[in-house]
Design a protein around this ligand. Structure first.
Ligand code: NAP
Ligand code: ZN
Ligand code: ZN
Length: 351
């Protein structure tokens, strides 16, 4: 298959900074669209992967799965898009399309493994997939999303991962009017969780380690804030939440958060720390609590989330950076010093 070379930003090993490199993109196939990337959000998963914290990273690695851009070319059989459309690409670019999960529109749980936007396997070129820290991307139209026109394209980029990863479990666990929802960890995912849960009609309780985020939490839509490092506040709030969405990127004591759930309550983990998190049996069995996980969302649900955000005018709170600042941004991400998502202006790579 024909390819062409483009500019990207990535790394050749876990311990090196990201730097400019050349990668190959396939030519547009009959069902593909080519997207000129305008903005790419910076997810903590980009950092986990670039530094091989989960194992299995294939190098060179080019991260980025919160992509917003404009279509520059379409294949002959493309029916859903036209050149000039403002579109998004999230964490997946393909799946088997035949298994039970794929047939149910849950491509993220494809039994053969979904094809990640980066660090997946691009069968057309028989090489690893390269993500959105690049000039352009070529994607099958079935994995491309329409971005609502009323949303700012830069601030909409994080919806493609942080938005759907929080929307999907909130939706699955039927969060809405009458539910008391806790959101743990107010970073990229968490701050979207607060906005989305609020728009769904829930009573939203932010649970944070950062005293300084209290004011912001209220502005984002939280009805209450619990400082998790304050034992008094944690004890006073025991046994009162219906559902908790845990968006924490590092090691933390799950049992302390399970204590905030009422009987039959559930805690869903979307955060993906490097090491296992011990759960005490008694944190669950005494009040029939559930502990579960959730990964991004299917393509149909991602479009549903984008339309929901369009309707409620929800985008991410962002700090725009140049691609050349990505290593400093990763360092700040590790310190929790981001309000609340870095988004790369991809023009910085093109100039
Ligand atoms: P992020 O912006 O860095 O936010 C993480 C937040 O976690 C921090 O802002 C902080 O919030 C909290 N935190 C950090 N260290 C902590 C600690 N030791 N104890 C308690 N809280 C701590 O990261 P993100 O991009 O939102 O991603 C969060 C996690 O979700 C990452 O592990 C990422 O890989 C994962 N993820 C999973 C999926 C999925 O499909 N399941 C999708 C995307 C990302 P406070 O200051 O409020 O405490
Ligand atoms: Zn992500
Ligand atoms: Zn499948």
């Amino acid at each position: 298959m024909n390819t062409h070379e483009i500019k990207a930003f990535g790394t050749n090993e876990p311990t090196s900074d990201l730097k400019e490199m050349a990668i190959n993109r396939r030519e547009v196939g009959v069902r593909d669209v080519e997207i000129d990337i305008l903005f790419c959000g910076v997810c903590h998963s980009d950092l986990h992967t670039a530094r091989n914290e989960w194992g299995g990273t294939i190098y060179p690695n080019v991260p980025g799965h919160e992509i917003v851009g404009r279509i520059t070319k379409i294949g002959r059989d493309v029916t859903k898009f036209n050149t000039g459309d403002l579109v998004g690409v999230g964490c997946m670019v393909d799946s088997c399309r035949e298994c039970e999960s794929c047939k149910e529109g849950l491509e993220q749980y494809c039994e053969k493994g979904n094809i990640g936007t980066y660090n997946g396997h691009e069968k057309q070129l028989n090489q690893q997939t390269f993500g959105g820290y690049s000039e352009r991307v070529v994607v099958d139209e079935d994995f491309v999303l329409h971005v609502p026109r009323n949303l700012d394209p830069a601030a909409a980029a994080p919806l493609l991962c942080a938005g759907i990863t929080t929307y999907s479990p909130l939706n699955h666990w039927k969060v809405g009017p009458g539910t008391q929802v806790g959101i743990v960890g107010i970073g990229g995912l968490g701050h979207m969780g607060v906005k989305i849960a609020k728009a769904m009609g829930a009573h939203v309780v932010v649970i944070t380690t950062s005293r300084s985020k209290k004011g912001d939490a209220q502005r984002l839509g939280a009805d209450e804030v619990i400082l998790s490092t304050d034992q008094d506040q944690m004890s006073k709030n025991k046994g009162r939440l219906d559902f908790i969405l845990d968006c924490v990127s590092a090691q933390h004591d799950i049992n302390a958060y399970l204590g905030l759930l009422k009987r039959d309550g559930s805690l869903t983990l979307v955060g993906a720390p490097e090491h296992p998190l011990p759960v005490a049996a008694f944190s669950l069995i005494l009040s029939r609590k559930s502990f579960s996980g959730s990964m991004i969302g299917g393509i149909a649900e991602t479009q549903e989330m984008l339309d929901f955000c369009g309707k409620h005018n929800i985008t991410s709170d962002i700090e725009i950076i140049k691609i050349q600042d990505i290593n400093a941004a990763y360092d700040r991400l590790l310190k929790g010093d981001v309000k609340y998502r870095f988004v790369i202006d991809m023009n910085s790579l093109k100039n």
